[in-house]
Design a protein around this ligand. Sequence first.
Ligand SMILES: Cc1ncc(COP(=O)(O)O)c(C=O)c1O
Length: 399
Amino acid sequence: MNASVGVHLKLNPNLTPYEQFIVERRQKGLHRELPSALSSYAVSFSHSDYLGLSLHPALIEAAKKALRIWGTSGHASRLLLKSIPVYSELEHQISSTLSTDKTITFGSGYQANISTLSALLNSKILKCSPLVFCDKLVHASIYQGLKTASILPHRFHHQNLTHLESLLASFQNDTRPKFIIAETLYSMEGTKTDLPQLNQLAEHHNAILYLDEAHALGVCGKGGYGLSHRTIDPNRTIVMGTFSKGLGASGGFISGPALLIDYLINASPGFIYTTAAPPSTIAAAKAAWDLSLTFDAQRQTMSSLATQLWEGFKELGFATSPSPTHIIPLILKTAEQTMAAQSEFKMHGIEVSAIRYPTVPMGQARLRFSIHAGLTQDDVSQALMIAKNHIFPFIQRES
Ligand SMILES: Cc1ncc(COP(=O)(O)O)c(C=O)c1O
Protein backbone atom coordinates (compact mmCIF):
# COMPACT_ATOMS: atom_id res chain seq x y z
CA MET A 1 0.00 0.00 0.00
CA ASN A 2 1.28 3.43 -0.90
CA ALA A 3 0.48 6.16 1.62
CA SER A 4 1.34 8.86 -0.90
CA VAL A 5 -1.37 7.75 -3.33
CA GLY A 6 -3.39 10.77 -4.35
CA VAL A 7 -0.75 13.36 -3.59
CA HIS A 8 0.14 13.84 -7.26
CA LEU A 9 -3.12 13.96 -9.13
CA LYS A 10 -2.83 13.83 -12.89
CA LEU A 11 -6.16 14.41 -14.49
CA ASN A 12 -6.82 13.94 -18.15
CA PRO A 13 -8.25 17.24 -19.51
CA ASN A 14 -10.39 15.25 -21.97
CA LEU A 15 -12.45 13.63 -19.24
CA THR A 16 -16.01 14.78 -18.60
CA PRO A 17 -16.51 16.44 -15.20
CA TYR A 18 -18.23 13.27 -13.91
CA GLU A 19 -15.37 11.06 -15.10
CA GLN A 20 -12.89 13.50 -13.60
CA PHE A 21 -14.71 13.31 -10.26
CA ILE A 22 -14.64 9.51 -10.27
CA VAL A 23 -10.98 9.34 -11.28
CA GLU A 24 -10.06 11.78 -8.52
CA ARG A 25 -12.02 9.79 -5.95
CA ARG A 26 -10.24 6.60 -7.03
CA GLN A 27 -6.80 8.22 -6.91
CA LYS A 28 -7.41 9.48 -3.38
CA GLY A 29 -8.67 6.08 -2.19
CA LEU A 30 -12.12 7.61 -1.62
CA HIS A 31 -14.15 5.87 -4.31
CA ARG A 32 -17.36 4.28 -3.01
CA GLU A 33 -18.84 1.04 -4.28
CA LEU A 34 -21.98 -0.83 -3.44
CA PRO A 35 -21.16 -4.02 -1.55
CA SER A 36 -21.77 -7.31 -3.29
CA ALA A 37 -25.17 -8.78 -2.45
CA LEU A 38 -23.44 -12.13 -2.08
CA SER A 39 -21.00 -11.19 0.63
CA SER A 40 -21.95 -12.34 4.10
CA TYR A 41 -20.03 -12.35 7.36
CA ALA A 42 -20.34 -14.37 10.53
CA VAL A 43 -20.43 -11.23 12.66
CA SER A 44 -21.53 -7.72 11.74
CA PHE A 45 -20.61 -4.49 13.48
CA SER A 46 -21.85 -2.44 10.60
CA HIS A 47 -25.61 -1.89 10.86
CA SER A 48 -27.78 0.45 12.90
CA ASP A 49 -30.69 -1.90 13.67
CA TYR A 50 -29.34 -1.63 17.20
CA LEU A 51 -32.06 -3.60 19.02
CA GLY A 52 -32.67 -6.05 16.18
CA LEU A 53 -36.26 -4.79 16.03
CA SER A 54 -36.51 -5.07 12.24
CA LEU A 55 -37.05 -8.83 12.66
CA HIS A 56 -39.20 -8.63 15.78
CA PRO A 57 -42.54 -10.49 15.37
CA ALA A 58 -44.51 -7.51 16.73
CA LEU A 59 -43.16 -5.19 13.99
CA ILE A 60 -43.65 -7.80 11.28
CA GLU A 61 -47.22 -8.51 12.42
CA ALA A 62 -48.06 -4.79 12.61
CA ALA A 63 -46.65 -4.26 9.10
CA LYS A 64 -48.51 -7.30 7.71
CA LYS A 65 -51.79 -6.15 9.20
CA ALA A 66 -51.35 -2.68 7.70
CA LEU A 67 -50.39 -4.20 4.33
CA ARG A 68 -53.55 -6.29 4.27
CA ILE A 69 -55.77 -3.31 5.06
CA TRP A 70 -54.12 -0.46 3.15
CA GLY A 71 -51.80 -2.15 0.65
CA THR A 72 -48.22 -1.35 -0.23
CA SER A 73 -48.39 2.34 -1.05
CA GLY A 74 -48.72 5.54 0.94
CA HIS A 75 -51.40 6.52 -1.63
CA ALA A 76 -51.01 10.32 -1.49
CA SER A 77 -49.48 13.23 0.38
CA ARG A 78 -50.20 13.20 4.13
CA LEU A 79 -52.31 16.30 3.62
CA LEU A 80 -54.73 14.33 1.43
CA LEU A 81 -54.96 11.10 3.42
CA LYS A 82 -58.17 10.84 5.39
CA SER A 83 -58.93 7.34 6.49
CA ILE A 84 -55.57 5.85 7.44
CA PRO A 85 -55.20 6.45 11.18
CA VAL A 86 -51.72 4.91 11.74
CA TYR A 87 -49.88 8.17 11.00
CA SER A 88 -51.71 10.26 13.57
CA GLU A 89 -51.65 7.39 16.09
CA LEU A 90 -47.87 7.26 15.90
CA GLU A 91 -47.55 11.05 15.92
CA HIS A 92 -49.74 11.35 19.03
CA GLN A 93 -47.79 8.60 20.74
CA ILE A 94 -44.45 10.34 20.07
CA SER A 95 -45.73 13.71 21.32
CA SER A 96 -47.11 12.08 24.44
CA THR A 97 -43.86 10.21 25.21
CA LEU A 98 -41.62 13.20 24.53
CA SER A 99 -43.96 15.72 26.21
CA THR A 100 -44.00 17.82 23.05
CA ASP A 101 -47.05 19.56 21.60
CA LYS A 102 -47.09 17.95 18.18
CA THR A 103 -45.27 15.59 15.82
CA ILE A 104 -45.25 14.96 12.07
CA THR A 105 -43.73 12.00 10.26
CA PHE A 106 -41.61 12.05 7.09
CA GLY A 107 -40.57 9.43 4.52
CA SER A 108 -37.04 9.37 5.93
CA GLY A 109 -34.87 11.05 8.53
CA TYR A 110 -32.84 12.63 5.75
CA GLN A 111 -35.98 14.16 4.28
CA ALA A 112 -37.12 15.34 7.73
CA ASN A 113 -33.85 17.24 8.29
CA ILE A 114 -33.64 18.86 4.85
CA SER A 115 -37.30 19.82 4.61
CA THR A 116 -37.61 21.08 8.14
CA LEU A 117 -34.45 23.14 8.22
CA SER A 118 -35.01 24.66 4.79
CA ALA A 119 -38.52 25.76 5.83
CA LEU A 120 -37.62 26.84 9.36
CA LEU A 121 -34.69 29.00 8.27
CA ASN A 122 -36.46 30.60 5.32
CA SER A 123 -35.23 34.20 5.33
CA LYS A 124 -38.28 35.44 3.37
CA ILE A 125 -40.61 34.21 6.11
CA LEU A 126 -38.32 35.39 8.91
CA LYS A 127 -37.73 38.69 7.09
CA CYS A 128 -34.01 38.39 7.79
CA SER A 129 -31.28 35.79 7.55
CA PRO A 130 -31.35 33.87 10.85
CA LEU A 131 -28.24 33.15 12.91
CA VAL A 132 -27.50 29.45 12.87
CA PHE A 133 -24.94 27.82 15.16
CA CYS A 134 -24.13 24.18 14.56
CA ASP A 135 -21.63 21.58 15.65
CA LYS A 136 -19.07 21.07 12.87
CA LEU A 137 -19.79 17.37 12.69
CA VAL A 138 -23.57 17.38 12.19
CA HIS A 139 -25.00 15.01 9.61
CA ALA A 140 -24.99 15.67 5.84
CA SER A 141 -28.79 16.01 5.80
CA ILE A 142 -28.52 18.96 8.20
CA TYR A 143 -25.91 20.63 6.00
CA GLN A 144 -28.17 20.04 2.99
CA GLY A 145 -31.04 21.73 4.83
CA LEU A 146 -28.82 24.72 5.61
CA LYS A 147 -27.62 24.87 2.02
CA THR A 148 -31.18 24.81 0.69
CA ALA A 149 -32.02 27.75 2.95
CA SER A 150 -28.80 29.54 1.81
CA ILE A 151 -27.53 29.66 5.40
CA LEU A 152 -23.85 29.97 6.20
CA PRO A 153 -23.75 28.52 9.72
CA HIS A 154 -21.47 29.58 12.57
CA ARG A 155 -19.87 26.23 13.29
CA PHE A 156 -18.53 25.34 16.72
CA HIS A 157 -15.81 22.75 17.31
CA HIS A 158 -17.22 19.31 17.85
CA GLN A 159 -18.89 19.11 21.28
CA ASN A 160 -17.11 22.28 22.40
CA LEU A 161 -19.85 24.25 24.14
CA THR A 162 -17.34 26.85 25.35
CA HIS A 163 -16.66 27.63 21.71
CA LEU A 164 -20.42 27.78 21.05
CA GLU A 165 -20.83 30.11 24.02
CA SER A 166 -18.20 32.48 22.66
CA LEU A 167 -19.83 32.48 19.22
CA LEU A 168 -23.23 33.18 20.78
CA ALA A 169 -21.73 35.95 22.94
CA SER A 170 -20.35 37.69 19.86
CA PHE A 171 -23.94 38.02 18.59
CA GLN A 172 -25.44 38.87 21.98
CA ASN A 173 -27.04 42.12 20.81
CA ASP A 174 -28.14 40.79 17.45
CA THR A 175 -31.93 40.54 17.36
CA ARG A 176 -32.17 38.11 14.47
CA PRO A 177 -33.70 34.70 15.33
CA LYS A 178 -31.08 32.25 16.63
CA PHE A 179 -30.96 28.51 16.15
CA ILE A 180 -28.56 25.96 17.66
CA ILE A 181 -28.27 22.62 15.85
CA ALA A 182 -26.68 19.47 17.26
CA GLU A 183 -26.97 15.70 17.28
CA THR A 184 -27.60 14.16 20.67
CA LEU A 185 -25.31 11.21 19.85
CA TYR A 186 -22.96 11.68 16.92
CA SER A 187 -23.24 9.07 14.21
CA MET A 188 -19.55 8.85 13.33
CA GLU A 189 -17.96 9.85 16.66
CA GLY A 190 -20.17 8.07 19.19
CA THR A 191 -19.99 11.18 21.39
CA LYS A 192 -22.92 12.38 23.51
CA THR A 193 -23.90 16.04 23.72
CA ASP A 194 -24.08 17.75 27.11
CA LEU A 195 -27.78 18.56 26.76
CA PRO A 196 -28.38 20.35 30.07
CA GLN A 197 -25.59 22.81 29.21
CA LEU A 198 -26.77 23.18 25.62
CA ASN A 199 -30.29 23.82 26.85
CA GLN A 200 -28.99 26.46 29.24
CA LEU A 201 -27.11 28.22 26.43
CA ALA A 202 -30.21 28.14 24.24
CA GLU A 203 -32.28 29.61 27.04
CA HIS A 204 -29.73 32.32 27.87
CA HIS A 205 -29.41 33.40 24.24
CA ASN A 206 -33.07 32.92 23.41
CA ALA A 207 -32.23 30.41 20.70
CA ILE A 208 -34.31 27.57 19.29
CA LEU A 209 -32.61 24.22 19.80
CA TYR A 210 -32.77 21.68 16.97
CA LEU A 211 -31.71 18.20 18.09
CA ASP A 212 -31.13 15.21 15.82
CA GLU A 213 -31.78 12.05 17.86
CA ALA A 214 -31.23 9.62 14.95
CA HIS A 215 -28.70 7.39 16.70
CA ALA A 216 -29.94 7.77 20.26
CA LEU A 217 -33.50 6.53 19.71
CA GLY A 218 -34.08 2.97 20.83
CA VAL A 219 -30.77 2.93 22.67
CA CYS A 220 -30.38 5.98 24.91
CA GLY A 221 -32.49 7.63 27.54
CA LYS A 222 -35.30 6.20 29.63
CA GLY A 223 -37.19 3.59 27.61
CA GLY A 224 -34.86 4.28 24.67
CA TYR A 225 -36.74 7.50 23.87
CA GLY A 226 -33.61 9.53 23.30
CA LEU A 227 -31.30 11.79 25.24
CA SER A 228 -33.37 14.96 24.99
CA HIS A 229 -36.35 13.17 26.55
CA ARG A 230 -37.00 14.97 29.88
CA THR A 231 -33.75 16.96 29.62
CA ILE A 232 -34.67 19.95 27.48
CA ASP A 233 -37.22 22.74 27.46
CA PRO A 234 -39.93 21.48 25.07
CA ASN A 235 -41.05 25.05 24.37
CA ARG A 236 -37.83 25.99 22.59
CA THR A 237 -36.74 22.63 21.24
CA ILE A 238 -37.39 20.77 18.01
CA VAL A 239 -36.60 17.07 18.16
CA MET A 240 -35.83 15.20 14.96
CA GLY A 241 -35.77 11.41 15.00
CA THR A 242 -35.56 8.42 12.70
CA PHE A 243 -37.38 5.09 12.81
CA SER A 244 -34.70 3.58 10.58
CA LYS A 245 -32.01 2.79 13.13
CA GLY A 246 -32.67 1.69 16.73
CA LEU A 247 -36.39 1.42 16.00
CA GLY A 248 -35.94 -1.10 13.18
CA ALA A 249 -38.38 0.46 10.69
CA SER A 250 -38.03 3.39 8.29
CA GLY A 251 -38.98 7.07 8.14
CA GLY A 252 -38.40 10.10 10.32
CA PHE A 253 -40.24 12.61 12.46
CA ILE A 254 -40.15 16.15 13.78
CA SER A 255 -41.64 16.87 17.19
CA GLY A 256 -41.96 20.23 18.93
CA PRO A 257 -44.04 23.30 19.69
CA ALA A 258 -47.51 23.33 18.05
CA LEU A 259 -46.91 26.56 16.12
CA LEU A 260 -43.70 25.27 14.51
CA ILE A 261 -45.29 21.96 13.53
CA ASP A 262 -48.28 23.80 12.09
CA TYR A 263 -45.82 25.98 10.16
CA LEU A 264 -44.03 22.89 8.79
CA ILE A 265 -47.33 21.32 7.69
CA ASN A 266 -47.84 24.47 5.65
CA ALA A 267 -44.30 25.23 4.52
CA SER A 268 -42.15 22.09 4.48
CA PRO A 269 -41.85 20.87 0.87
CA GLY A 270 -40.70 17.38 1.90
CA PHE A 271 -43.88 17.00 3.91
CA ILE A 272 -46.34 18.57 1.48
CA TYR A 273 -45.12 17.49 -1.95
CA THR A 274 -44.43 13.83 -1.42
CA THR A 275 -46.40 10.63 -0.96
CA ALA A 276 -46.74 9.53 2.65
CA ALA A 277 -44.53 6.66 3.85
CA PRO A 278 -46.34 3.32 3.37
CA PRO A 279 -48.77 2.62 6.25
CA SER A 280 -47.01 -0.72 6.87
CA THR A 281 -43.76 1.10 7.64
CA ILE A 282 -45.50 3.52 9.96
CA ALA A 283 -47.35 0.67 11.68
CA ALA A 284 -44.00 -1.09 12.25
CA ALA A 285 -42.55 2.15 13.63
CA LYS A 286 -45.51 2.48 16.00
CA ALA A 287 -44.99 -1.10 17.24
CA ALA A 288 -41.29 -0.35 17.75
CA TRP A 289 -42.04 2.87 19.62
CA ASP A 290 -44.27 0.97 22.06
CA LEU A 291 -41.83 -1.95 22.41
CA SER A 292 -38.76 0.17 23.04
CA LEU A 293 -39.81 0.55 26.66
CA THR A 294 -39.34 -3.18 27.24
CA PHE A 295 -35.78 -3.43 25.91
CA ASP A 296 -33.80 -2.39 28.99
CA ALA A 297 -32.02 -5.78 29.22
CA GLN A 298 -30.78 -5.46 25.61
CA ARG A 299 -29.63 -1.89 26.25
CA GLN A 300 -27.75 -3.11 29.32
CA THR A 301 -26.05 -5.88 27.31
CA MET A 302 -25.10 -3.39 24.58
CA SER A 303 -23.63 -1.06 27.14
CA SER A 304 -21.35 -3.73 28.59
CA LEU A 305 -20.30 -4.92 25.10
CA ALA A 306 -19.51 -1.33 24.15
CA THR A 307 -17.36 -0.92 27.25
CA GLN A 308 -15.55 -4.21 26.52
CA LEU A 309 -14.72 -3.13 22.94
CA TRP A 310 -13.82 0.46 23.81
CA GLU A 311 -11.55 -0.56 26.73
CA GLY A 312 -9.92 -3.19 24.51
CA PHE A 313 -9.13 -0.61 21.82
CA LYS A 314 -7.75 1.79 24.43
CA GLU A 315 -5.54 -0.93 25.95
CA LEU A 316 -4.18 -1.73 22.48
CA GLY A 317 -3.31 1.94 22.01
CA PHE A 318 -5.80 2.77 19.24
CA ALA A 319 -7.37 6.19 18.87
CA THR A 320 -11.07 6.01 19.63
CA SER A 321 -13.89 8.06 21.22
CA PRO A 322 -13.53 9.75 24.63
CA SER A 323 -15.97 7.32 26.25
CA PRO A 324 -17.89 4.21 25.22
CA THR A 325 -21.32 4.37 23.57
CA HIS A 326 -22.91 1.96 21.07
CA ILE A 327 -20.92 3.69 18.29
CA ILE A 328 -17.19 3.15 18.62
CA PRO A 329 -14.77 4.59 16.08
CA LEU A 330 -11.37 3.04 15.49
CA ILE A 331 -9.58 6.04 14.04
CA LEU A 332 -6.89 5.02 11.56
CA LYS A 333 -6.54 8.42 9.86
CA THR A 334 -5.81 7.55 6.23
CA ALA A 335 -8.32 6.12 3.76
CA GLU A 336 -5.76 3.52 2.66
CA GLN A 337 -5.16 2.18 6.16
CA THR A 338 -8.86 2.17 6.89
CA MET A 339 -9.74 0.19 3.75
CA ALA A 340 -6.90 -2.27 4.40
CA ALA A 341 -8.04 -2.74 8.01
CA GLN A 342 -11.64 -3.30 6.86
CA SER A 343 -10.38 -6.03 4.48
CA GLU A 344 -8.50 -7.71 7.35
CA PHE A 345 -11.66 -7.81 9.47
CA LYS A 346 -13.69 -9.14 6.54
CA MET A 347 -11.11 -11.86 5.86
CA HIS A 348 -11.68 -12.99 9.44
CA GLY A 349 -15.47 -13.03 9.07
CA ILE A 350 -16.22 -9.63 10.63
CA GLU A 351 -18.11 -6.90 8.83
CA VAL A 352 -17.40 -3.34 9.91
CA SER A 353 -18.01 -0.01 8.14
CA ALA A 354 -15.12 1.98 6.70
CA ILE A 355 -15.79 5.71 6.94
CA ARG A 356 -13.74 8.15 4.89
CA TYR A 357 -13.77 11.75 3.72
CA PRO A 358 -16.14 13.48 3.02
CA THR A 359 -18.30 11.67 5.61
CA VAL A 360 -15.62 12.50 8.21
CA PRO A 361 -12.96 15.23 7.95
CA MET A 362 -9.85 14.50 5.86
CA GLY A 363 -7.24 12.59 7.88
CA GLN A 364 -9.90 11.19 10.24
CA ALA A 365 -10.79 8.00 8.34
CA ARG A 366 -11.97 5.21 10.60
CA LEU A 367 -13.68 1.92 11.10
CA ARG A 368 -17.03 2.47 12.78
CA PHE A 369 -18.13 -0.30 15.12
CA SER A 370 -21.87 -0.37 15.83
CA ILE A 371 -22.76 -2.31 18.91
CA HIS A 372 -26.13 -4.05 18.62
CA ALA A 373 -28.10 -6.42 20.78
CA GLY A 374 -27.33 -9.43 18.53
CA LEU A 375 -23.62 -9.41 19.46
CA THR A 376 -21.96 -11.48 22.18
CA GLN A 377 -18.86 -11.07 24.36
CA ASP A 378 -17.15 -13.66 22.13
CA ASP A 379 -17.83 -11.54 19.03
CA VAL A 380 -16.25 -8.53 20.72
CA SER A 381 -13.28 -10.62 21.91
CA GLN A 382 -12.79 -11.87 18.36
CA ALA A 383 -12.83 -8.31 16.99
CA LEU A 384 -10.24 -7.30 19.59
CA MET A 385 -8.08 -10.29 18.76
CA ILE A 386 -8.09 -9.32 15.06
CA ALA A 387 -7.33 -5.70 15.97
CA LYS A 388 -4.40 -6.83 18.10
CA ASN A 389 -2.90 -9.46 15.80
CA HIS A 390 -3.70 -8.11 12.36
CA ILE A 391 -4.44 -4.40 12.52
CA PHE A 392 -2.13 -3.10 15.21
CA PRO A 393 1.11 -4.50 13.71
CA PHE A 394 0.00 -3.26 10.31
CA ILE A 395 -0.69 0.25 11.62
CA GLN A 396 2.70 0.24 13.35
CA ARG A 397 4.37 -0.59 10.04
CA GLU A 398 2.51 2.11 8.15
CA SER A 399 3.13 5.02 10.52
C1 LIG B 1 -27.45 11.84 12.42
C2 LIG B 1 -28.34 11.38 11.31
N1 LIG B 1 -29.40 12.13 10.98
C3 LIG B 1 -30.23 11.77 9.99
C4 LIG B 1 -30.02 10.62 9.27
C5 LIG B 1 -30.97 10.25 8.18
O1 LIG B 1 -31.87 9.28 8.62
P1 LIG B 1 -32.53 8.22 7.64
O2 LIG B 1 -31.53 7.14 7.44
O3 LIG B 1 -33.75 7.77 8.37
O4 LIG B 1 -32.84 8.93 6.38
C6 LIG B 1 -28.94 9.81 9.58
C7 LIG B 1 -28.71 8.55 8.81
O5 LIG B 1 -27.68 8.11 8.53
C8 LIG B 1 -28.07 10.19 10.63
O6 LIG B 1 -27.00 9.46 10.93
